[in-house]
Structures are given as structure tokens and as C-alpha cells.
Design a protein around this ligand. Structure first.
Ligand SMILES: Nc1ncnc2c1ncn2[C@@H]1O[C@H](COP(=O)(O)OP(=O)(O)OP(=O)(O)O)[C@@H](O)[C@H]1O
Ligand SMILES: CC(C)(CO)[C@@H](O)C(=O)NCCC(=O)O
Ligand SMILES: [K+]
Length: 244
């Protein structure tokens, strides 16, 4: 059994896999990291490996204390990935984006793929049908937009996510919901349309914390899977052992 851990910018997600089977998912904050890992290891005694992808400020050292018989794999740019990386600054490419690109490559062979991760940030990653990772985009995520409006103005309140009643916001809060949520949806549909203008055929994978909220609001057809990063971590690890 393996324990995969996705350290994001806001929270940590972990999952226990045996082969391709996902047993359980855990979501927790950074300060609860040690406690949660200890509990998971206690409940799943057959875990032999911990596989970590971290874009947050949690370093490899935080996992090494579990090294009593357990292998800790902290994924980095030096690992094996199933695509050719055409990014101009490969060393600063987020490891989460690399794992998502790997997952898309494994899952949808020989086709163009666009991965959209709607998390703290929205990331777009494009891998073409020849397995070239081309790059994509980074934009502020849904919650970040609500927080930015509040943090960088004097008068705007901090609202929590709500569906706008209409395009035309008729109060401060409705204007904010319309601006944030409608803007978010139009932007993502707009990106997809631009990719469509350039590539006639590609599969779209949507993941991240806002997957479910977003999936039903997009006009474009997508493959929605909020666990795509966790599943891709498992696949990237299986690929790594095969190639080591
Ligand atoms: N309990 C929650 N805490 C924070 N964000 C949440 C929660 N539930 C849903 N969300 C939504 O998920 C988004 C954050 O996504 P996610 O949890 O995937 O981010 P993350 O853990 O920081 O990962 P990453 O840094 O890889 O994006 C926010 O925009 C928010 O609207
Ligand atoms: C964009 C985020 C924050 C998304 O989690 C992460 O992938 C990251 O820190 N990336 C580094 C910059 C880059 O990918 O080019
Ligand atoms: K993200």
C-alpha cells in the first residue's frame, strides 16, 4: 500500500492506494500534518511508501521522521515523467503541474490534453499528442479572488462563495458574487475556446477544490475529477519504480 500526499497552498490532501484502488482520502491543514500521518499509518499497517508532491512550504524533512522502514519519495523535477518538458523554465515549473501532466499522459494516451486545476490558483497545462508538455497559465483561484477584493480595498467585505443570482449584481454582495463567480466561469470557458481555436481536438480534465462547483457551470464538456492529482501521484510513483 502507498500513501500519497498532495501539499497544496491552502491544505493538504492524502490518499491510500493499493495498486490502482483508492481506499480513503484525507484532507487536513498543515499544522495537523504529523498527527494525521501518524493516524493513517496506524490504520493502514501495510503502507510501505509515502509519495509527496509539495508546492507549499512543507519540505522533505517533515516526512523523514516516518522513515522507520518506510520509503519517503519527495517528487522533484529530477524524477521520471512520461512527457518531454518544453517549458522554458523547467526548474520552476510546479511539481503539482508536472504530476497532473503525467496523469493526463497516462490516462489519455496519444491525444492532446488540457488539464485545468481550479485550486488556490487556477492552472492550465497543455500536453500535446506527441507527449510534449508545452506550458499553460496561472491565474488566481476562486477563493483568492474573494480574498483579494477584500484585502486590497477599503470597503469591500470578505464574502464566502455563493452563486450569483444574475449577471447584473444589484447590491454590493451580488456585485461581488457576479464579478468573482461569473468572471471565473467566463474566463475558464474563454480559455477553453481559445485552445479550441488552436487545437481541433483535445481532452479537458478539470480538477482541484472547485471542481464540482465549476463543472456544472461550464458550457464546455470536460472530464471532471477532483481526485485527479492524487490518482496521478499514484500513477507517477508506479511509473517511477518501473523506470528506476
Ligand atoms: N475547506 C476548504 N478550504 C479551502 N478551500 C476550499 C474548501 N472547500 C472548497 N474549497 C475551494 O477549493 C479551492 C482551493 O482548492 P484546493 O483545496 O484544491 O487548493 P490547495 O489545497 O491549495 O491546492 P493547490 O495549491 O494545489 O491549488 C478554493 O478556491 C475554494 O473555493
Ligand atoms: C502555480 C502553483 C502555485 C499551483 O499550485 C504551483 O504549481 C507553483 O508554485 N508553480 C510554480 C510556477 C510554475 O509552475 O511555473
Ligand atoms: K492549483
Amino acid at each position: 500500500m502507498i500513501l500519497v500526499i498532495d501539499v497544496g497552498n491552502t491544505r493538504i490532501k492524502a490518499a491510500v492506494f493499493e495498486g490502482a484502488t483508492l481506499f480513503e482520502i484525507f484532507v487536513f491543514s498543515k499544522i495537523e500534518l504529523q498527527k494525521n500521518i501518524q493516524n493513517i499509518l496506524k490504520n493502514f499497517e501495510n503502507i510501505t511508501d509515502i509519495v509527496v508532491s509539495s508546492v507549499g512550504d512543507v519540505e522533505k524533512q517533515s516526512f523523514l521522521e516516518y522513515n522507520n522502514g518506510l520509503n519517503v519519495h519527495f517528487l522533484s523535477h529530477e524524477d521520471f515523467f512520461p512527457f518531454h518538458n518544453s517549458y522554458a523554465t523547467p526548474k520552476t515549473l510546479g511539481i503539482d503541474r508536472m504530476v497532473l501532466a503525467a496523469g493526463a499522459t497516462f490516462r489519455f494516451p496519444n491525444q492532446n490534453r488540457l488539464v485545468i486545476d481550479a485550486g488556490t490558483c487556477i492552472t492550465y497545462d497543455f500536453i500535446d499528442d506527441k507527449n510534449n508538455y508545452l506550458g499553460g497559465a496561472i491565474a488566481p483561484g476562486l477563493r483568492l479572488r474573494y480574498e483579494s477584493l477584500h484585502n486590497f480595498t477599503a470597503k469591500l467585505p470578505l464574502l464566502s462563495l455563493e452563486s450569483p443570482k444574475d449577471l447584473i449584481g444589484t447590491s454590493t454582495s451580488e456585485s461581488i458574487h457576479s464579478g468573482v463567480v461569473n468572471g471565473f466561469v467566463y474566463e475558464i470557458d474563454g480559455f477553453i475556446d481559445e485552445y479550441k481555436a488552436r487545437y481541433s481536438n483535445f481532452i479537458i480534465i478539470l480538477t482541484g477544490g472547485d471542481t464540482d462547483f465549476l463543472a456544472k457551470r461550464l458550457k464546455n464538456t470536460i472530464f471532471a475529477n477532483s481526485n485527479f492529482l492524487l490518482e496521478s501521484l499514484n500513477q507517477t510513483f508506479q511509473y517511477k519504480i518501473k523506470n528506476d
